[in-house]
Write a protein that binds this ligand. Structure first.
Ligand code: PLP
Length: 400
């Protein structure tokens, strides 16, 4: 589809590569494509650029560059943090995470359970918040790690990372946070928050897919998840990393825009939808929440059908988690918040970003009321038809 016609409201799924990021990457695709760990100059000359990118990402996190490990994605970073905690504390077999994590944690937890580990999935309240007393009570002498996301990808709801880190510290248990949805929207200061591990993913901050980062606090024991070449430092091509480094600078520069202009766009979108379309309700707490995310339940309509009709007019949004797309299974995040399966099936996530303008919100508001009325007018039989269609698509379960 023509990019100019696209109304992209799915920035929590992935983001457009920023022109500045592409620009930063091109020299490493065109001319300087050597391996930074080679012995000859053509390769070696790339290494300082990898180091520069590491420094920029360290600056984004207020970390030391030595605390940054490049990975292939956010999923790998999450898996690597938990894996490392298990390997470095042999004999301990209990992992704590929450019921609303990304599938990177939920599915890895299921895998660990099959290996005989014990995994506690902390429940959440109806507004998506966490009971910290329950977290405190759940930590045991054999708990290896607590892994709790900072910002929920479906609802935008924020967890109090500093308080969670303090609880874990007081019990001597390492704390990992999945901060994949936060760069450019929240200030990230690993020292102030006191986290031990933190995951990021480049494609959520206007850099390419295929690269992630794991922050590992200095002196924290670490055992690699992907085994092959010892330290990752200097062992990856400069291309994506140069782009990721530039994206880190842009994320810091966009903090203000995300928290003022994008927040205002999100609020206008949300308030207008709730006011003008009957049978709608916001899902999750209003605050604390990411400034770009709005999750809205549309009663008596299937999200899948709404998304199909939005797609026909060039509007991209999401039914919260793509693992629900295609299967029509309600989102595990919304169910964990006590939302009924019927209501959860009618929830849409709108996630905005720095490239969205008033026009995008106008386009959505022009089409959405008509789409909802039209769908609500359809007979239940036809709604089942839509459900069948979704099931027949057989999309692999992936959450974003
Ligand atoms: N964690 C969260 C909160 C996410 O939203 C995502 C992606 O949607 C991931 C982890 C996984 O990141 P990646 O796509 O880089 O594996």
């Amino acid at each position: 589809m023509n990019q100019r016609q696209l109304c992209y409201l799915d920035n929590n799924a992935t983001t457009q590569v920023a022109p500045e990021v592409l620009e930063a990457m091109l020299p490493f695709l065109r001319e300087d494509w050597g391996n930074p760990s080679s012995a000859y100059t053509f390769g070696k000359q790339v290494a300082p650029h990898v180091d520069q990118a590491r420094e920029k990402l360290a600056a984004l996190l207020h970390a030391d560059p030595r605390e940054i490990i490049f990975t292939s994605c956010g999923t790998e970073s999450n898996n690597a943090a938990i894996h490392s905690a298990l390997i470095t504390q042999p004999g301990k077999r209990h992992v704590i995470t929450t019921a609303v994590e990304h599938s990177a944690n939920i599915k890895y937890g299921q895998f660990l359970q099959k290996q005989g580990y014990e995994v506690t999935l902390l429940p959440v309240e109806s507004d998506g918040s966490l009971d910290l007393h329950l977290l405190d009570m759940s930590i045991r002498p054999d708990t290896v790690i607590v892994s709790v996301m900072w910002a929920n990808n479906e609802t935008g709801v924020l967890f109090p990372i500093e308080e969670i880190a303090a609880i874990c510290r007081s019990k001597g248990v390492p704390f990992h946070t999945d901060a994949v949805q936060t760069p450019g929207k929240l200030k990230i200061d690993v020292k102030a928050t006191g986290v031990d591990f933190l995951s990021l993913s480049a494609h959520k901050l206007h850099a390419p897919k295929g690269i992630g980062l794991l922050y590992v606090k200095r002196h924290m024991k670490f055992s690699p998840y992907v085994i092959g070449g010892g330290q990752e430092r200097g062992r990856r091509g400069g291309t994506e990393i140069a782009g990721f480094g530039r994206a880190a600078e842009l994320a810091m520069a966009s903090l203000h825009d995300e928290n003022t202009r994008v927040r205002a766009l999100r609020d206008r979108l949300e308030n207008s939808v709730l006011r003008t379309i009957p049978g709608t309700v916001r899902t999750g707490a209003q605050e604390p929440r990411l400034p770009n995310t709005s999750n809205i339940a549309f009663d008596n309509v299937e999200a899948e059908a709404i998304l199909m009709m939005l797609d026909q007019v060039g509007i991209c949004a999401s039914s919260g988690s793509a693992c629900t797309t295609g299967s029509l299974d309600p989102s595990h995040v919304l169910l964990a918040m006590g939302i009924t399966p019927a209501r959860a099936r009618g929830c849409i996530r709108f996630s905005l970003g720095i490239y969205n303008t008033d026009r995008d919100v106008d386009v959505l508001l022009e089409h959405l009321p008509r789409i909802i009325s039209k769908l609500r007018a359809i007979s239940p039989n036809e709604r089942q038809g839509v459900a069948r269609l979704g099931k027949e698509r057989e999309i692999d379960p992936v959450s974003t």
